[in-house]
Design a protein around this ligand. Structure first.
Ligand code: ADP
Ligand code: MG
Length: 672
C-alpha cells in the first residue's frame, strides 16, 4: 500500500480520536506523518555534572535518585514534591510543583536524565520542575514538533516511531545514480535522522536530502504541468489581426509591446497551445498587449475571457474595451460578483450561444456554471493574485483554451521560474514614450503642511491626487483609520475640495462608484487604503502621498507609485515616514533612486527575503514543508536542472513511480 493511502488512524497508538487531532495538523496519512517535521530539537545527548553545570542555562544531568519523594502541602492548590539525586559526585535537590503524576513515577535508585536549570542556594544545587526522563529514553536528541494542546510533541514522536516500526525501510524516491550525483543520503536515512537524529551533524545531512526532494518534486510538478498544457492547439488562429487592432488605438504601440504581442500571436498560430506570462512594470501597457491578442482571437472566430482580481479593475477594463471597440461589431459583457442575477443568467446564455465575443470579469468567471460555446483564450490580469490552482481551473474551462497571464509584479528571475514554472515568459521592458519619470521623495511627518500645500497646487491646476492611508497594525481597524483620516482631511486642509474614500471593506458596488467618480474627475483626492494597488488607471492623477511608507514592502510601494505618472504630466510620489532607522532610510532611498521594478524586487528579495513574494500565499504554490525559498535558492536551481534532465530521459516519469506519487501528493489540491 502506498504510504499516502495509509490512514493515520491505523498507526499503532493513534486510533480514530487522535487521528482527528492529527488531521487538524494537516496529517492524514502515513506519508503526511513522515513529513511532519520537528520544529526544533531538544539536545540531551550531552550531559554535564552538577558541579560543572553553568548557571541559568538549560542542561541535562544524568543522576540517580537517592531519597524517596517527600510531599508537602504548602497551601490549597499547591503541593510540593521534593527528592534528592546524585550524579555520583554531587547531590542535587529537585522540586516538583503540583505534578503528582510525575512525582509518583519516580523510583529510588533508578537513574534519570534531569533537564532544566541548575540554581545554587548557598552550597546546595537545586533544580525546580525539571523534565525528568528515564535514562533509557532520556538521552539523545529529541524532536520537538509543532503541536497542539490536545496533541503534544511527545505523542507525535511516539506515532512517528510506531510508523517507522510498521514501515521498516522507507522506499526511496531517487535512484542511486541521482543520489550519488547530487551527494544525497537515502530517503530512509533522511527521514529517520530528521525525526530522531543520532547526532546533530546528521540533521543537516537529512535536511539536505529532504529539501532537495521537496524542491525537485515542486519543479517536476510544474514542468509536468507545463507539458500537460503543452497540448495540441485546437484553437489555431489563422490570421494575425494585431495591426488592425493597433489602428483602433489612440497611440502607437512600443517596440516592446509589439514584440510581446508577436510572441503571443506566434503561439496562438502554432501547433501547440499558448501558456504565456507577460511580465511588465506598472504602466508598461500590458492591457494593450492583451487587447491585441484577444482581438486576434476574436477575429479568428473564438470567444475570449479576461479575468481581473478585483471588481474595480474588471469594470475599468470593461469600460476601456467598450470604448475601444465602439465602432466594431465585437460584443462584450461584464460579469462580476455584483452582476444582477437576471443579468447573469442572460450573460450565461449568451456565452453558451456564442453571442458574446469578449467577457470580462472577476473570478465569478471561473465558477462551474459558466460555460462557453468556443472559448479560445483566457487572459488573466495582475496574475500574482491568482494561484496555480485558479490558473488550472481556468485552463479547464472550455476545451484547453490558450492562456495569457499578465503580471505587474516584477519578480526576480529565480523566483519567477518557480512561481510561473509552467509558463513561457515575455518581458515588457519599455515604458510608453513621453512618460515622465515620477519624482519620489521621502520625508518625515513634519512636512505634512508643505505636502498638503503642494497637493492643493496640483488640484488647482486641474490634476488629481491619491493619498494612501496609514497602514494599520494588526488589531487596529483599517476602516476606522481610513475614515477618520479622510474626515479630518475633508473637514480640515481640503475642505474646499472634493474628496473620496476607498477602503477594503466597502461593498464593491460602492467602490466602483467612488472609483468611477475619481476616474471622471468628480473626485479630486482619493483617500484610500491599499485597495488601489492593483492596476487602476487614472492618467490625470499626478500626486501620490503615502503615509507610514516604511510599513510597506518596496514592491508594494512600487505598485502603488505606479498609479501616478500615467499621463504626460510630471508626477510625484511622496513617502512619509517617521522611522529613523538606517534600514528604512536605505529602503526608501532605493525608491527614490530607481523606478525599475525589477531592481526594486531584487533588493526586496535580498533584504526582506521572499516574504513579499511568497508571503500571504499569494503565489498559490503548494505549501513547502522544509525548503526555504531564500536559503535554499541554490538547491532550487540545481533541482530545476535535475528535473529537466529526468523529464528529458523519461517524459512521464514512468520509471519513477514513487516520485510520481510525491508529485501527485504535493499538487493534490489542484486537479490538473
Ligand atoms: P499596465 O501595464 O500597468 O497594465 P496599462 O495597460 O494600464 O498599463 O497602460 C497604462 C497607460 O498607458 C494607459 O493609459 C494606456 O492607454 C497607456 N499606453 C499603453 N501603451 C501605450 C503606448 N504605446 N503609448 C502611449 N500610451 C500607452
Ligand atoms: Mg494593468
Amino acid at each position: 500500500m502506498k504510504l499516502s493511502d495509509y490512514d493515520i488512524q491505523f498507526v499503532k497508538g493513534v486510533g480514530e480520536k487522535k487521528a482527528r487531532l492529527f488531521n487538524k495538523l494537516g496529517v492524514y496519512s502515513l506519508e503526511n506523518l513522515l513529513h511532519y517535521y520537528p520544529r526544533k530539537y531538544l539536545d540531551q545527548s550531552k550531559t554535564v555534572s552538577v558541579k560543572n553545570a553553568p548557571v541559568d542555562e538549560m542542561v541535562s544531568i544524568r543522576a540517580t535518585m537517592i531519597t524517596p519523594v517527600k510531599e508537602s502541602r504548602i497551601r490549597k492548590g499547591l503541593t510540593l514534591y521534593k527528592c534528592n539525586f546524585s550524579d555520583g559526585e554531587t547531590v542535587i535537590h529537585v522540586t516538583i510543583f503540583n505534578n503528582e503524576y510525575a512525582a509518583r513515577a519516580l523510583r529510588t535508585f533508578d537513574e534519570y536524565i534531569l533537564y532544566g536549570k541548575v540554581e545554587r542556594r548557598f552550597t546546595d544545587a537545586v533544580m525546580s520542575s525539571p523534565q525528568i526522563e528515564s535514562v533509557n529514553t532520556g538521552l539523545g536528541i529529541h524532536p520537538i514538533y509543532p503541536a497542539t494542546q490536545s496533541l503534544n510533541s511527545k505523542a507525535i514522536a511516539k506515532a512517528v516511531r510506531n510508523a517507522f516500526d510498521k514501515i521498516g525501510v522507507v522506499e526511496d524516491t531517487l535512484d542511486d545514480e541521482i543520489r550519488k550525483k547530487y551527494g544525497l543520503c537515502t530517503l530512509d536515512f533522511a527521514l529517520k535522522e530528521i525525526h530522531f537524529p543520532s547526532c546533530t551533524e546528521n540533521i543537516e545531512v537529512a535536511r539536505k536530502r529532504l529539501v532537495f526532494e521537496e524542491l525537485l518534486t515542486l519543479q517536476l510538478g510544474l514542468l509536468l504541468l507545463k507539458g500537460k498544457r503543452n497540448v495540441r492547439n485546437n484553437h489555431i488562429a489563422k490570421k494575425d489581426f494585431s495591426e488592425e487592432f493597433y489602428s483602433l488605438l489612440s497611440f502607437e504601440p512600443t517596440a516592446a509591446q509589439k514584440r510581446c504581442v508577436g510572441d503571443c500571436v506566434s503561439d496562438i498560430m502554432s501547433e501547440s497551445n499558448m501558456n504565456r506570462l507577460i511580465q511588465g512594470d506598472v504602466g508598461s501597457g500590458k492591457t494593450a498587449v492583451a487587447g491585441a491578442v484577444m482581438y486576434t482571437m476574436i477575429r479568428n472566430g473564438f470567444q475570449t475571457a479576461m479575468m481581473a482580481p478585483t471588481e474595480i479593475l474588471a469594470v475599468q477594463h470593461y469600460e476601456s474595451f467598450k470604448r475601444l471597440f465602439e465602432g466594431t461589431d465585437i460584443r462584450l459583457a461584464l460579469l462580476t460578483g455584483s452582476t444582477k442575477a437576471s443579468e447573469k443568467r442572460a450573460i450565461k446564455c449568451d456565452l453558451i450561444d456564442g453571442n458574446i465575443d469578449l467577457i470580462i470579469g472577476t473570478h465569478a468567471l471561473i465558477q462551474n456554471d459558466v460555460e462557453f460555446k468556443n472559448l479560445g483564450l483566457v487572459c488573466t490580469d495582475e496574475q500574482h493574485r491568482f494561484g496555480v490552482e485558479q490558473r488550472a481551473n481556468l485552463a479547464m474551462k472550455g476545451d484547453n483554451p490558450h492562456l495569457l497571464v499578465m503580471s505587474a509584479t516584477p519578480i526576480p528571475r529565480t523566483l519567477g521560474l518557480i512561481i510561473y514554472g509552467e509558463l513561457d515568459i515575455s518581458i515588457l521592458d519599455e515604458l510608453p514614450p513621453n512618460r515622465q519619470e515620477i519624482r519620489t521623495d521621502y520625508v518625515d511627518s513634519s512636512y505634512h503642511e508643505r505636502i498638503y500645500k503642494f497637493i492643493k497646487k496640483a488640484l488647482d491646476n486641474g490634476r488629481q491626487a491619491y493619498i494612501v492611508c496609514p497602514l494599520v497594525e494588526d488589531g487596529e481597524s483599517d476602516l476606522l483609520s481610513a475614515e477618520e483620516y479622510a474626515n479630518s482631511l475633508s473637514q480640515g486642509v481640503f475642505a474646499n475640495y472634493s474628496l473620496g474614500l476607498l477602503h477594503g471593506r466597502m461593498k464593491s458596488k460602492l467602490k466602483d462608484e467612488v472609483m468611477q467618480k475619481f476616474s471622471d474627475g468628480e473626485i479630486q483626492i482619493l483617500v484610500s487604503t491599499t485597495v488601489i494597488e492593483v492596476g487602476v488607471d487614472v492618467p490625470n492623477a499626478t500626486v501620490m502621498l503615502i503615509e507610514n511608507a516604511d510599513r510597506f514592502g518596496l514592491s508594494q510601494l512600487h505598485q502603488l507609485r505606479g498609479r501616478v505618472g500615467r499621463g504626460s504630466e510630471k508626477s510625484f510620489c511622496i513617502l512619509v515616514s517617521d522611522n529613523q532607522g538606517e534600514q528604512t532610510k536605505e529602503r526608501l532611498g532605493i525608491m527614490k533612486s530607481t523606478s525599475n521594478g525589477f531592481k526594486i524586487a531584487e533588493y526586496d528579495l535580498k533584504t526582506r527575503g521572499p516574504g513579499d513574494f511568497f508571503g500571504k500565499r499569494q503565489h498559490g504554490l503548494p505549501n513547502l514543508k522544509i525548503a526555504d525559498m531564500v536559503e535554499d535558492i541554490q538547491t532550487l536551481n540545481t533541482c530545476r536542472v535535475c528535473a529537466e534532465e529526468l523529464l528529458k530521459a523519461d517524459s512521464r516519469l514512468d520509471s519513477h513511480p514513487v516520485l510520481c506519487d510525491k508529485i501527485n501528493e504535493m499538487f493534490k489540491r489542484t486537479d490538473y
